[in-house]
Design a protein around this ligand. Structure first.
Ligand code: AN0
Ligand code: CP
Length: 317
C-alpha cells in the first residue's frame, strides 16, 4: 500500500477487517517488519488519539517513530507556489516535504480543512503534495476531506459490537459551538456505504455532505424518524458543505443533542463518537457514560486501524 486516504485503498473490506482483528489478537506478531524503519507523523493540527494510537501502532511494528508539530517549533510553511515570501513564512512546503521524506520510510499527515477555499480543501492540496513530493508512502491522519483511520476503527468497532448480520447505523449531525470539518462524516459515509450495514444519515437541511461520499445512503431530515430501530448512533458535528455556506454554522439547534429521550427511540443502540466530544452539546453526560456508549473501545481501535495500514505499507516497501 502506497497511499491511504479512503476506503478504496484497503481493497477487500472484509479481508481488511479480518486482518485488523488478527492484529488485535497479537499486536506484536509483526515486530520484525519495522526494524530500522522510521515513521514520521506530521501534524498541522492538534491531536490526542491520532498522535498516541498511531505512534503506538508504529512501535508495535518495531518502528522508530518521530512526531513533528508544524505549528510548534517548526518553521512556518508557505504552501502556495509563486508567492514572494516576504511575510512570516520562512520555508516553502516544496522543500520541507522532500526533506522530511529523506529522514523516514512512511509519513502520516494531519492537515484539516481550512475553510478558506473549498476547492483547495476538497482537492486535498496539502496531503496530495506529501503524496507527490515526499517519495514515501503517505497516509492521512485526518486531512481536509477525510479521516480514514477513524472510519476504519469505527468499522472494526461496529463489527465487534453488532448483534445482527446487517445492523442499522445512523450518522447524526449534532450541535457544536465552532465550525468543524466534514472529514469525519465524509469518511464514515465512505466506509459505511461499502460495509454490510443499513446506513442512514440525518442532519438539518443545509448540512448535506459531498455526494461523492454520501453516494446512495439514505438521508432522513427528521432525526427522531432516523433513530427508529437504530443499532448504532454515530454522532458528529460538521459545518455546512454546500455553497454558498461552505464552512459556516447554520444551526446550533440543541434538540439535535443525543439524549436519553433520543436514544429511547432506537433499538437499544450503541453510542459512538470519534472524540474529542463536547458534552451536553453533541451528547448528554448520561448517554456518554451509559453502558451503551462505546466511545472508549472505539478510540482504542484507532491503534488497530493504524497498525493494519502501517503494516501494509511496510510490506510494500
Ligand atoms: C476535529 C474534527 O471535527 O474534524 C477532529 C476530530 C477527530 N474535531 C475538532 O476539531 C474538535
Ligand atoms: N478522533 C481523533 O482523531 O482524535 P484526535 O483529534 O485527538 O487525534
Amino acid at each position: 500500500m502506497r497511499t491511504y486516504t479512503n476506503v478504496k485503498d484497503l481493497g477487500n473490506l472484509d479481508q481488511a477487517i479480518k486482518e485488523a482483528l488478527e492484529i488485535k489478537k497479537n499486536r506484536y506478531a509483526y515486530k520484525h517488519l519495522g526494524e530500522n524503519k522510521t515513521l514520521l507523523m506530521v501534524f498541522f493540527n492538534s491531536s490526542l488519539r491520532t498522535r498516541l494510537s498511531t505512534q503506538k501502532a508504529g512501535m508495535n511494528l518495531g518502528m522508530n517513530t518521530m512526531v513533528l508539530d508544524i505549528n510548534q517549533g517548526a518553521w512556518k510553511l508557505e504552501t502556495e507556489r509563486g508567492v514572494i515570501m516576504d511575510g512570516d513564512k520562512s520555508e516553502h512546503i516544496l522543500e520541507a516535504i522532500p526533506v522530511m521524506g529523506s529522514y523516514c520510510d512512511i509519513i502520516g499527515v494531519r492537515a484539516f480543512a481550512q475553510f478558506e477555499n473549498k476547492e483547495d480543501d476538497y482537492q486535498e492540496k496539502i496531503l496530495n503534495q506529501f503524496i507527490r513530493y515526499s517519495g514515501k508512502p503517505v497516509f492521512s491522519m485526518e486531512a481536509a476531506t477525510g479521516h480514514p483511520l477513524q472510519a476504519f476503527a469505527d468499522l472494526i468497532t461496529i463489527e465487534e459490537y453488532k448483534k445482527t448480520e446487517r445492523p442499522k447505523v445512523v450518522l447524526t449531525w449534532a450541535p457544536h459551538p465552532r465550525a468543524l470539518p466534514q472529514a469525519v462524516p465524509n469518511s464514515f459515509a465512505d466506509f459505511m456505504n461499502e460495509a454490510n450495514v443499513d446506513f442512514v444519515i440525518t442532519h438539518p437541511e443545509g448540512y448535506e455532505l459531498d455526494s461523492k461520499f454520501v453516494r446512495g445512503a439514505k438521508i432522513e431530515y427528521n432525526q427522531d424518524k432516523a433513530f427508529e430501530g437504530a443499532d448504532f448512533i454515530y454522532a458528529k458535528n460538521w459545518a455546512a458543505y454546500a455553497d454558498p455556506n461552505y464552512g459556516k454554522i447554520l444551526s446550533k439547534d440543541m434538540s439535535w443533542t443525543v439524549s436519553t429521550e433520543k436514544m429511547a427511540l432506537t433499538n437499544n443502540a450503541y453510542f459512538m463518537h470519534c472524540l474529542p466530544v463536547r458534552r451536553n452539546m453533541i451528547v448528554t453526560d448520561d448517554i456518554i457514560e451509559s453502558p451503551q456508549s462505546i466511545v472508549i473501545p472505539e478510540a482504542a481501535n484507532r491503534e488497530i486501524s493504524a497498525q493494519t495500514v502501517i503494516k501494509r505499507m511496510l510490506e510494500s516497501l
